[in-house]
Ligand binder design. Structure first.
Ligand SMILES: [Zn+2]
Length: 224
């Protein structure tokens, strides 16, 4: 990635971070986003800062192995981002949020760990796929990164119990839109939980996957 492209990536991160904050998806100093540049280096939002107020220069740059190169200190949740990139070379951006409905869904006692949300809408199936649950670990604990490494290659969306969501995509734009779609899915799930909502059927899901080229990691977890 050329210098111009890095400048563009910083601009994009600043704008999408503000958008997430303005939608109420990154309250306080929570949430962090990152981009993998073409040369393998990473741009990550800084620690102890609000996503609502990050300028293009207020972003940390890390080497491919995660060493700090320039800018402010990166979020302490960097290991979680690096684990997601390690799992899939096609991942170009990671969005991690503490958004309310996603966290709430992880607090229910009967969550299906390999598909937290049933298939409720076509855009959920297309944009976020199935969502795996990572058991609770203290934020920053290496076990979070280990658990993400185990599943991130298969899933584009994860929930960390009692904590938040992790969404990966090829571009930041796609990852942000998917993170928003995931939060809407969590909201629909909680609105209909225990009301026996009608789910999309196997045939409808297969049709979506064929038409929109999306893979489902564990079809049996959604089998109706
Ligand atoms: Zn977090």
């Amino acid at each position: 990635m050329t210098m111009t492209d890095e400048t563009k990536a910083r601009q994009e991160m600043s704008e999408f971070a503000r958008g997430l904050y303005n939608r109420g998806l990154a309250p306080g100093s929570s949430g962090n986003i990152s981009i993998r540049l073409a040369d393998g280096c990473f741009l990550v939002t800084p620690t102890e800062s609000s996503l609502g107020y990050i300028g293009p220069a207020d972003i940390a740059k890390l080497s491919a192995d995660g060493t700090h190169l320039s800018g402010p200190k990166a979020s302490k949740e960097v290991p979680l981002h690096l684990a997601a990139y390690e799992s899939d070379e096609n991942v170009g951006a990671v969005v991690h949020l503490h958004s309310s409905y996603c966290v709430a869904a992880t607090l229910l006692p009967d969550v299906n760990g390999s598909a937290v949300f049933p298939p409720l809408t076509p855009y959920q199936v297309m944009k976020v796929g199935q969502t795996a649950l990572i058991p609770y670990h203290r934020p920053g604990d290496a076990k979070v990164a280990d658990a993400i490494r185990d599943v991130a290659g298969h899933y584009r969306s994860l929930l960390l119990a009692h904590h938040g969501s992790v969404v990966t995509a090829r571009t930041l734009r796609e990852a942000v839109f998917a993170a928003e779609e995931l939060e809407e899915t969590a909201k629909l799930f909680l609105l209909t939980h225990r009301l026996s909502p009608i789910q999309l059927g196997d045939g409808q899901i297969a049709d979506l996957c064929t038409h929109f080229d999306c893979a489902i990691p564990d079809p049996s977890a959604w089998a109706s």
